[in-house]
Design a protein around this ligand. Structure first.
Ligand SMILES: Nc1ncnc2c1ncn2[C@@H]1O[C@H](COP(=O)(O)OP(=O)(O)O)[C@@H](O)[C@H]1O
Ligand SMILES: [Mg+2]
Length: 313
């Protein structure tokens, strides 16, 4: 079976354009024509600077927002335009998001045990040994059930709430976990623990994890596959070792150059200058004849020219 057939989720030409203003409409192309796949048991990191469109990709995948163009396939089925309540619910049952700001994922008026009750009622009404399962999943993410279940969300730290969301994913045994910049909420002592947990869960349960980060080192450390996002364009994607060891797109090259090596003294000449990048990227697109993505080596794709979004106005 080819890799292609095994993807749990496939995005094709995913595009999100936000419009604002009533009289003079302004458009923001947050994500432009992004195509990628997520695989069971693999961590895929989505790497890019602030504002590059990472969160938007995550929200599109989670179906919290609708794409302007493009398609999403889940287990081979086109789920882009599903409206039917049951089909939507079935999808939401299979995917879980963990966000930078986890407070927004919880109803502040409900204690944690109530939140779990609602979860079971909504998704798994037949389950008998709820308490045991809840305790198990909490312990797996290093939370003490006795200290957590009787609390309100505001009584817990951001890191604890993120781990609760991971526990929720474990409980539901979801197929896809989207983790968006979760690291900033974690204190140093639990940081690596939670990240390793994420990788273990991914491997052991065969979950696909989309790990969204602006931290290149973390991406390298954690992920099997890497997606590099630059101003809404997915400029490079493929096996993490290949993308990191042999970056091809000028943006990726500059991104990697700009990361100060811990061993090295900070080299000012290597500083990240936006104008230089824009110029280098434009030159790169002009100087090659290829269109769209090119497979420069096996499982390593590079964007050779900007894929124009269809007219949306
Ligand atoms: N709801 C929205 N309405 C208008 N513009 C938005 C909205 N959400 C995001 N954007 C814009 O889309 C771009 C990408 O944002 P985002 O996906 O949050 O980037 P990242 O997560 O990489 O920092 C930014 O220019 C941002 O201002
Ligand atoms: Mg973001």
């Amino acid at each position: 079976m080819s890799e292609e057939n095994k993807a749990i989720l496939k995005a094709e030409g995913l595009t999100k354009i936000f419009s604002s203003g009533i009289i003079n409409k302004e458009y923001t192309v947050a994500v432009n024509n992004a195509s990628f796949e997520l695989y069971p048991g693999k961590v895929t990191s989505l790497v890019g600077e602030s504002g590059s469109g990472k969160t938007t990709v995550g929200r599109l995948i989670l179906k919290l927002i609708e794409p302007t163009a493009g398609k999403i396939f889940f287990k081979g089925q086109d789920i882009t335009d599903i409206e039917d309540r049951d089909t939507k619910k079935e999808y939401y049952r299979q995917i879980q998001g963990v966000f930078q700001d986890p407070f927004s994922s919880f109803n502040p008026l409900f204690k944690i045990n109530r939140i779990f009750d609602i979860l079971f009622r909504e998704f798994e009404p037949e389950t008998k040994n709820r308490e045991e399962l809840i305790s198990q999943s909490l312990e797996e993410v290093n939370l003490n059930p006795d200290r957590i279940l009787d609390k309100y969300p505001h009584q817990l730290s951001g890191g604890q709430l993120q781990r609760l969301l991971i526990a929720r994913a474990l409980l539901l045994d979801v197929d896809i976990l989207v983790a968006d910049e979760i690291i900033s909420m974690l204190d140093a002592s639990t940081k690596m623990g939670v990240l390793n947990l994420l990788v273990d869960i991914c491997r052991d349960k065969g979950m696909a994890v989309l790990f969204i980060t602006h931290d290149l080192n973390l991406g390298y450390y954690l992920s099997d596959d890497t997606l590099i996002l630059h101003e809404g364009n997915l400029v490079e994607r493929g096996a993490t070792t290949k993308v990191y060891e042999n970056p091809y797109h000028p943006y990726t090259q500059m991104l990697f150059d700009s990361v100060p090596d811990i061993e090295e003294k900070w080299d000012r000449s290597k500083e990240f200058i936006p104008e230089q990048i824009i110029e280098a990227v434009e030159e790169f697109y002009q100087n090659n004849d290829e269109e769209g993505y090119k497979e420069v080596e096996e499982n390593h794709f590079v964007l050779m020219s900007i894929l124009e979004t269809e007219n949306y106005k």
